[in-house]
Design a binder for this molecule. Structure first.
Ligand code: DGJ
Length: 739
């Protein structure tokens, strides 16, 4: 890994074993983009990659140089209006009403490692040798606005992390109206665009289309990254697939309003930009003030989607997630939500907990309904004090009783919200986000607290910290059950209202930071009505996230497969719930529900006492199995084998770091009859390692399993004696262990 600067040619070459990222100062002073892709040799002069051509009916930056138009030059952080007509990465409203700006190269600085981003989640290094960072400094001299572009190249993996910082050095205030985290112009548009889109209970479905001329984008204006579109996009060559070919993944480390956009011009170059959504955003800079954007991460892979995903998994698991739980196998939990909803007493909870303990569960989680006047979703949010009618000895009492059973205790919070029917709202009706004199909208009967205000965040911190200090809480599920409407803060002047959405998220991050620093051994799981805020920003604070409220095993195939495009297995909250399932009313067999949930953090979302004695025995075995293999599931290398978006059969696998253990999950939605022969080509095994296969009790070399394939036939389907095991929604887990 290195960053080479060819001073006389003003060329910057960032490279490691996998990739090269090359840029240059343009003749007109802005930063030009030359190359991002597979590693190439360094050389003195890459300027031949700056292509110019006279395009009739264009505008020229220099009088008489008709071939020099920024519209046709690939750039790093473009502005609108000085011959470039494409979408800009930055727009600055100035005192005279102009939005034209021009950032000219001033210099650079190279650092070992990677500087932290103030108040924002970001990837990091543990040793300085793991990465190098270059800061390119530019300036708009007319308005004295400094622009710093940060690029980090990591030693391992085809990764470039980028962010941008503005500092006003002049005396006249300006207003940033667009401030993207990054922009890159690629030389051709022969890509498919993959996005992860969906809705509540069907989050992160893979949607693919060909890039075409014009603008295509995903984003959120809901105040949360959303169920609807994830802040992640892939550009994939049409010939690339899961195992081979060129792909570039783009991911934004942010949890609020965002935009990821591709603009393909009519000469088929593509501009990709990621950052805070430019709608509903502006940021006022007084002299001397700075603005730091969130971080964006690009991953180039010539090993297909699988190679890209594994690079994101490693990076986000090891150098985005932090703290005590980052590398630790996660406790097997039981959450009472679907077992009781709001209808519980302490006695009932302890009965459920006792049974859970008997079956081997390690952590009992008390979900919504334990606080204030919360007996349904119309009251209580904001009052983070135990309801003594339900919990006579408070959280302290129940947490100690659960610990006495031999389990850890976890607790649900929804810190950002308040019900009108709550003591907090009655005391501070001005602490919510709402626009003066306008209609007030609701989501799940609740209002959103104004987390852009420090005193609001402080008050919530105090309530939560009190409970955590007084009780034995080892885990927190941090929920967020509505999007923001009528966003406006009473604490800021009119010209700062465009900052409120971002300030809100900064407030959320600051509360997370304080709690995780103060209570470092508490495991946090983020959640937003299921997977409405499953994003890299959250992973920095909470190493796992409730993937979806839809916990049916068959539904989860698509949800978890799509989520795995960017996010590691250790981040996916996945539980076994009852049948008929509460979301789709499907009767998925218990073994299939577990076979899917193993590929995640694993737990139960039901009252185990309601299962038959045989099912309870099965659960006990599942828990023993997960305890034995969770290190492999959660921290092994993950390979997708067959996609639920394309097949009736889904398959995926994990391989332990030393390649000695591999577990293959095979899932068939509908049964067939008299089926063809079939083999599954595995990945990531040691070619020379001989594995024992638990399904047929035979041995195979890794090369056989990878190149000839694992035999997965069951042509007997349709014969009466097999009916029981071979119905719809069937699955198998193949455990392969080196001799
Ligand atoms: C939404 C979450 O996704 C559920 O798991 C549960 O915690 C409910 N909220 C509680 O209100």
């Amino acid at each position: 890994m290195n960053i080479v600067v060819h001073e006389d040619k003003k060329i910057f070459h960032l490279y490691n074993e996998k990739i090269s990222y090359i840029m240059a100062v343009l003749p007109s002073g802005q930063m030009g983009q030359l190359y991002f892709g597979k590693r190439i040799h360094d050389r003195e002069d890459f300027r031949y990659m700056l292509q110019f051509a006279y395009r009739p009916a264009g505008s020229s930056y220099f009088k008489g140089q008709l071939e020099y138009s920024l519209e046709h030059i690939r750039q790093e952080y473009p502005c609108y209006g000085m011959t470039d007509y494409r979408q800009p990465a930055v727009e600055v409203l100035q005192q005279n009403g102009s939005r034209i700006s021009d950032f000219q190269y001033q210099g650079y600085e190279i650092m070992d490692g990677k500087p932290a981003l103030d108040g924002l989640p970001a990837t990091y290094t543990e040793e300085k040798e793991e990465a190098k960072t270059i800061k390119i400094i530019l300036k708009d001299d007319l308005i004295k606005l400094k622009l710093e572009l940060f690029y980090t190249i990591f030693r391992e993996g085809g990764i470039i992390a980028r962010s941008t910082k503005f500092t006003l050095e002049g005396t006249e205030t300006v207003q940033l109206e667009t401030a993207m985290s990054m922009s890159i112009d690629l030389p051709d548009a022969d890509y498919e665009w993959i996005q992860l889109s969906g809705a509540w209970s069907r989050e992160r479905y893979i949607k693919t289309r060909k890039l075409c001329q014009g603008i295509q984008s995903v984003g959120s204006l809901r105040g949360q990254s959303s169920h609807h579109h994830n802040p992640f996009v892939v550009l994939k060559r049409p010939t690339a697939d899961e195992r081979q070919g060129e792909v570039i993944g783009f991911s934004l480390i942010y949890s609020g309003n965002y935009l990821i956009q591709a603009e393909v011009d009519t000469y088929d170059t593509v501009r990709i930009m990621l950052g805070l959504h430019k709608e509903e955003f502006s940021w006022h800079l007084d002299p001397g003030e700075s603005f730091q954007t969130p971080e964006a991460v690009m991953v180039y892979s010539d090993e297909g989607l699988g190679g890209m995903s594994r690079t994101f998994h490693r990076l986000y698991q090891k150098r985005l997630a932090r703290g005590y739980w980052r590398d630790r196998p996660r406790p097997i939990l039981l959450n009472n939500w679907e077992a009781t909803y709001f209808n519980f007493t302490e006695e009932k909870l302890l009965t459920i907990a006792k049974k859970a303990k008997e079956c081997g569960v390690e952590l009992f989680v008390l979900d919504d309904g334990w606080f204030g006047a919360r007996s349904d979703d119309t009251a209580g949010l904001g009052d983070w004090v135990a309801n003594r009618e339900r919990l006579p000895e408070g959280i302290k009492g129940i947490s100690e009783k659960v610990e006495a059973l031999g389990m850890k205790f976890g607790l649900w919070f929804e810190p950002e919200m308040v019900n009108e029917d709550s003591d907090l709202y009655r005391a501070h009706p001005d602490w919510i986000l709402e626009t003066p004199n306008r209609h007030r909208s609701h989501g799940r009967n609740q209002l959103v607290l104004d987390f852009s205000r420090e005193e609001v965040v402080d008050a919530i911190y105090e309530m939560m910290a009190k409970i955590l200090s007084e009780s034995k809480v080892s885990y927190i599920k941090w929920d967020m059950n509505r999007s923001i409407t009528e966003c406006y803060s009473n604490a800021f002047p009119p010209y700062r209202q465009g900052e409120v959405f971002h300030r809100y998220i900064l407030g959320v991050y600051s509360l997370y930071e304080r709690l995780t620093q103060q209570f470092p051994e508490v495991l946090f799981e983020s959640c937003a009505s299921g997977g409405g805020r499953f994003d890299p920003g959250m992973l920095y604070y909470a190493p796992q996230c409730w993937t979806s409220d839809d916990s049916d095993g068959i539904e989860r195939l698509k949800i978890q497969y799509g989520t795995s495009m960017c996010y590691p297995i250790s981040s996916m909250g996945s539980h076994v719930s009852v049948t008929p399932n509460h979301q789709v009313f499907r009767n998925t067999p218990l073994h299939t529900r577990a076979n899917v949930a193993y590929f995640g953090t694993f737990g139960y979302e039901l009252d185990l006492a309601q299962l038959t004695p045989e099912e309870q025995e099965e659960v006990k075995k599942q828990i023993v199995f997960m305890k034995k293999y969770r290190q492999v599931f959660q921290f092994g290398t993950f390979y997708r084998l067959l996609s639920p978006f394309e097949n009736n059969v889904t398959a995926w696998m994990v391989v332990s770091e030393n390649q000695k253990t591999a577990i293959v999950g095979w899932y068939r939605v509908l049964n067939g009859v008299n089926l063809p022969f079939s083999r599954l080509k595995l990945e990531g095994l040691g070619a020379d390692i001989c594995y024992y296969n638990n399904q047929d009790n035979r041995h195979y070399y890794g090369d056989e399993l990878m190149y000839a394939g694992m035999i997965i036939d069951d042509p007997m389907a349709g014969q009466a004696e097999y009916e029981k095991t071979l119905g719809d929604f069937n699955s198998k887990l193949y455990v392969l262990e080196a001799e």
